[in-house]
Design a protein around this ligand. Sequence first.
Ligand SMILES: Cc1cc2nc3c(=O)[nH]c(=O)nc-3n(C[C@H](O)[C@H](O)[C@H](O)COP(=O)(O)OP(=O)(O)OC[C@H]3O[C@@H](n4cnc5c(N)ncnc54)[C@H](O)[C@@H]3O)c2cc1C
Length: 593
Amino acid sequence: MPPKKAAANGKRKASSPPESSNGTKKSKTSSLDDLRKPHEKAQEAEDNGIVLRKFYPHEMSNARALAYNANELPRPIDDLAQVLGETKSERAKIEVRDAVVHWFKCDLRLKDNKALHLASEKAKSRGVPLICIYIVSPQDFEAHLTAPVRVDFILRTLEIVKKDLAALDIPLYVETVEKRKSLPGRVLELLQKWGGSHLFANVEYEVDELRREAKMVQMCLEQGIAMDVVPDTCVVGPGELASGQGKQYSVYTPWYRAWVAHIHSHSELLDLFDEPGKNPGSARQKFKDLFASDVPAAPNNKKLSDEERKRFTSMWPPGEHEAEERLAKFCDERIAKYGEHRNFPAEGATSSLSVHFASGTLSARTAIRSARDKNTTKKLDGGNQGIQTWISEVAWRDFYKHVMAHWPYVCMNKPFKPEYTNIDWEYNQEQFKAWCEGKTGYPIVDAAMRQLNHCGYMHNRCRMIVGSFLAKHLLLDWRMGERYFMEHLIDGDFASNNGGWGFSASTGVDPQPYFRIFNPLLQSEKFDAEGEYIRKWVPELKSIEGKAIHDPFGRGKGVVAKKNGYPERIVDHKASRERALTRYKEGLGRDTT
Ligand SMILES: Cc1cc2nc3c(=O)[nH]c(=O)nc-3n(C[C@H](O)[C@H](O)[C@H](O)COP(=O)(O)OP(=O)(O)OC[C@H]3O[C@@H](n4cnc5c(N)ncnc54)[C@H](O)[C@@H]3O)c2cc1C
């Protein structure tokens, strides 16, 4: 994150001519007042639970989004880089006192964890103990729509992290802080209590976290504490790659080529960070309260039922050792054929590692390195096709984080293409409920939604099918689907989820034109030809043989389906398609701010 200078009036100076996300419209901003106006559909977004007004301002105008593109508004990532840059020398002067602290967030592992490694090195340099903390923030979980299954996975993982750290005489202290605004102050208080002079954390690229960390670096410094926030979660961090014209990429393929070339020419990017070293033996006695502290139960707003907890515990074993084993097994057994099989949801051909990337129980570096080392060429883009394809999928994760950092309004309920907010979306709650429950009458859609509800996970092909179905067949505001996913996915990751929804609704960064509408029947026949996936998740259709499984009412098996309680289609494919085409076209022709 290279630091950038802000202009004296607090606004960033444009480094290149104003441009929109996609080059179609210029920013029309005239005054700050204009930029503060809500979008004309803001109330609708609020009423439908898309913008959580308890925590956030109303939906911004399109003009404000375009002002980010025109570099007229500072990006949170640049603000953090600037604070880090400006305070660097002062922070460097701070002497190590009684302890060094690492703050775990979405990086719940000991191996190959950059901030943890740096914290450990700092502590060792003066022979003082390393203390680790994790703050459970129920309000952050609420504001970020974190799924209860994900919270449960995090808490189960923390037990493992605590045990592994204790073996190194390092305490992990976990505390619940009810109010998200109190979190920075509480972290500081803890550091002061322990005589901690240095706080380390890995960067999270969501807007809330970037802004919080920028403030915290300052707050810490005022108290004589050096906070360092370092890039770790991506192999190539946001902002590192620019096109020949110096612009940030908004299209995946050229970005990916640059990503591969950059790693090939900076091989150190795949060097792994050592685990922390052992604490001095005295740490056990000195911080015995911290060693004795427990990992709390899930907060009330994110509790699972006993049955769910049992189910998810057996489905999703937590922690980095599990991630490591899963990665090794995948590389040994399935990666070579990944390219051919990954699109077929019944096959279980993908890695199922997303939960580990999302919680940080596995680093992207380790994953890419392991895959590369399996390849005879030791290159990212040569040799075995399956390995290459898998690496390029993991790269999507970096790409979407880069998008979120450079176009921060995607993290504020706006689509990457702001003009898509002008579309008249539907808010039909009955149809939304049918979609959520897997009762749309489209077997592949229903199977997928039921997989999500049962497992906290859905196959990628199916995520695209149900996303497109929600946005185009039901014409529901895609952000309702985005929210539902976050509230139910164990691998919920804002950037990847937002990117996936942008793709599905054609509102995102990928050049996926709105008139390309997935036909669920064709998708079903192509990717679940034998209906194995459908039969697994939609038991009402289990007895239906042959191609009728894809469309029981249209293919003479309506009586059986109906008898077993399976619903008829809630919308007609052809009519929905026509409606979507018209509505998208009208919306995009409208000029609102
Ligand atoms: C509408 C929609 C919503 C999505 N929401 C999320 C989400 O919240 N969290 C999430 O991790 N992924 C999300 N994805 C991407 C993708 O579906 C999952 O990463 C993938 O299904 C996870 O399964 P896997 O680990 O077996 O993947 P594999 O096929 O084994 O891929 C390996 C890894 O590459 C990354 N990856 C693969 N595909 C993508 C992609 N399209 N975008 C970003 N990263 C990718 C993931 O980290 C994944 O674990 C979404 C996709 C769509 C279309």
